[in-house]
Design a protein around this ligand. Structure first.
Ligand SMILES: *Cc1c(COP(=O)(O)O)cnc(C)c1O
Length: 410
C-alpha cells in the first residue's frame, strides 16, 4: 500500500489528461469528496494496509501464482507465455481485490451498508461476499434481463444475505442498474457506501479501484523477475471497465520497454450495437461509434450514435459488455502508452477451448478475449519474448455458453 513515487495521475481533480473528472449532480459531490478524504487518510494508515494485506492473503488467497504455460507456449510456437492466475481467487475473479479494499474503507468510514450494481453478477457476488465477511448489509442492483440470464449468481448473492433488486428500466441491464445504484446512494449516503466495480465512474473511483487492483502488477513484477530475471515484453489483458487491465499495467507504466495490450469485445460485427469496442473501433467525427463523452459521471470514450445517444452493446462475455471504458484507458490510448484491440465472440470462445485442452484451465470468457488476441499475434512474436496474460477469472459462470458453443461445433 506504500504510495508510489511515480504516481502522477489522476491530478487533484481526478483528471487523466482530458479524461475522467466528476460529472455528477450536486447531491453526489459531498459524498464523493468524503470518500476521497477517507481514502487518503486510510492510505496513510499502516493499520489499514495491514488489515487489507491480511484479508487479501487469508480470505481471498493472494498472492496468486504466475504460471508458466508450458504446453500453450509449445502449441503456439511463439513467445514464452505466463498466466497471472486471478482465476484462483475466492469468488473466482480479480473483483474481490477491489471489493475487499472498498469494503474495509466503508467499515472504517462507519458505513453499515454496501450497495453495488452488477451485470453478470460477478461484482455483485464479490460485494455480497465482502459484506457478509465484514458484517455489513448489502443491496445489489441488477437488470431484470441480467437476472434471468444469470440465475446462479442471483441465488449466490441471496445465499450470502444480500438483497438483489431487479431493475426494470431501459434495456434492463448493467447501465440501468448503475443509474439505480446512484439514486440509492444519493438517498442513503449517511449509512451507505456505493461499492463501484471497475475503474469507471466519477473521481475518486477510477483511482481508488486502480490502486486496489494494482497488487496484480506488483506481484507480477516480483514473480517474473524471480522466474526470468527480467521484465516481460508484453502484458495482455481484457478491458471491460478496465480494472483487471490497469491492475496489471499500473506497476509497469514507467517501463517503456514493457508493451501494454488491452483487448476489448469485438462481439459479432463492426456495426454499432454489435460490439463493445470503445477504443479499438473509434468513430470519425459525427459518425456512429465511440467518441469522447460523459457516462456515469466520467468523461471518456463512449459508444454512441451520431446524435450522442448511448449505444446498446453486445458481447458473449457480460463482463466486457459496457458502452464506456475507464478514463485512464482513454488516456493511455490517446498517449499511445497502451494499445487496444478487439476480438470477436467466436475467437474468444475458440481461445477458451484451446486453454482448456492445452493447460487444463477453463477461463472466463473475458480473459479468453485477451488469449484470443495473443493467439493471433504469437506467430509474429519472437520466441524469446516474454508475455504475461492476466487470467482475470475462471469459466464456471460461462459453462452454459461454452456448452452451447461446443454443441454447435459438432
Ligand atoms: C468483470 C470481469 C472483467 C471485466 O472487468 P474489468 O474491470 O475490465 O476488469 C474481466 N474479467 C472477469 C473475469 C470479470 O469478472
Amino acid at each position: 500500500m506504500a504510495r508510489r513515487a511515480t504516481e502522477t495521475l489522476p491530478d487533484a481533480r481526478g483528471h487523466f489528461g482530458p479524461f475522467g473528472g466528476r460529472f455528477v449532480p450536486e447531491t453526489l459531490m459531498a459524498p464523493l469528496e468524503e470518500l476521497e478524504r477517507a481514502y487518503r487518510r486510510a492510505r496513510a494508515d499502516r493499520r489499514f494496509a495491514r488489515a487489507l494485506v491480511a484479508l487479501l492473503r487469508d480470505f481471498a488467497g493472494r498472492p496468486t501464482p504466475l504460471y508458466f504455460a508450458t504446453r500453450l507456449t509449445q502449441h503456439l510456437g511463439g513467445p514464452r507465455i505466463y498466466l497471472k492466475r486471478e482465476d484462483l481467487l475466492h469468488t473466482g475473479a480479480h473483483k474481490i481485490n477491489n471489493c475487499l479494499g472498498q469494503g474495509l474503507l466503508a467499515a472504517r468510514m462507519g458505513k453499515s451498508r454496501l450497495i453495488a450494481e452488477t451485470g453478470a453478477g460477478q461484482h455483485g457476488v464479490a460485494t455480497a461476499t465482502v459484506a457478509a465477511h465484514l458484517g455489513l448489509r448489502c443491496t445489489v442492483y441488477m437488470g431484470e434481463e441480467d437476472m434471468a440470464r444469470q440465475r446462479l449468481n442471483v441465488v449466490r448473492m441471496q445465499m450470502l444475505g444480500a438483497e438483489v433488486v431487479p431493475v426494470a428500466a431501459g434495456s434492463r441491464t448493467l447501465k440501468d442498474a448503475i443509474n439505480e445504484a446512484m439514486r440509492d446512494w444519493v438517498t442513503n449516503v449517511e449509512d451507505t457506501h456505493y461499492l463501484l466495480g471497475s475503474v469507471c465512474g466519477p473521481h475518486p473511483y477510477p483511482m481508488l479501484v486502480r490502486n486496489f487492483q494494482a497488487i496484480i502488477g506488483r506481484e507480477t513484477r516480483r514473480q517474473i523477475l524471480r522466474a526470468e530475471k527480467r521484465l516481460p515484453d508484453y502484458l495482455v489483458a481484457c478491458v471491460g471497465g478496465g480494472s483487471n487491465a490497469i491492475g496489471l499495467f499500473y506497476e509497469f507504466l514507467p517501463e517503456p520497454a514493457v508493451k501494454l495490450i488491452g483487448v476489448e469485445a469485438g462481439g459479432r460485427g463492426a456495426a454499432l450495437g454489435e460490439h463493445a469496442a470503445r477504443l479499438a473501433r473509434r468513430a470519425r467525427a459525427r459518425r456512429d461509434g465511440a467518441r469522447p463523452g460523459v457516462l456515469h459521471g466520467t468523461y471518456t470514450y463512449v459508444l454512441q450514435n451520431r446524435h450522442g445517444q448511448i449505444a446498446t452493446t453486445h458481447s458473449v462475455s457480460a463482463g466486457l459488455d459496457y458502452p464506456a471504458v475507464g478514463p485512464e484507458h482513454a488516456y493511455l490510448f490517446e498517449s499511445g502508452r497502451a494499445e487496444y484491440t478487439a476480438v470477436s465472440d467466436e475467437e474468444a470462445l475458440e481461445a477458451a477451448r484451446l486453454l482448456a485442452v492445452q493447460e487444463g484451465i477453463i477461463p472466463a470468457l473475458e480473459p479468453a478475449h485477451a488469449l484470443a488476441e495473443l493467439i493471433k499475434r504469437a506467430p509474429r512474436m519472437n520466441k524469446k519474448d516474454i508475455v504475461v496474460l492476466n487470467l482475470s477469472g475462471r469459466g464456471d459462470k460461462d459453462m452454459d455458453i461454452l456448452a452451447e458453443h461446443r454443441a454447435l461445433k459438432r
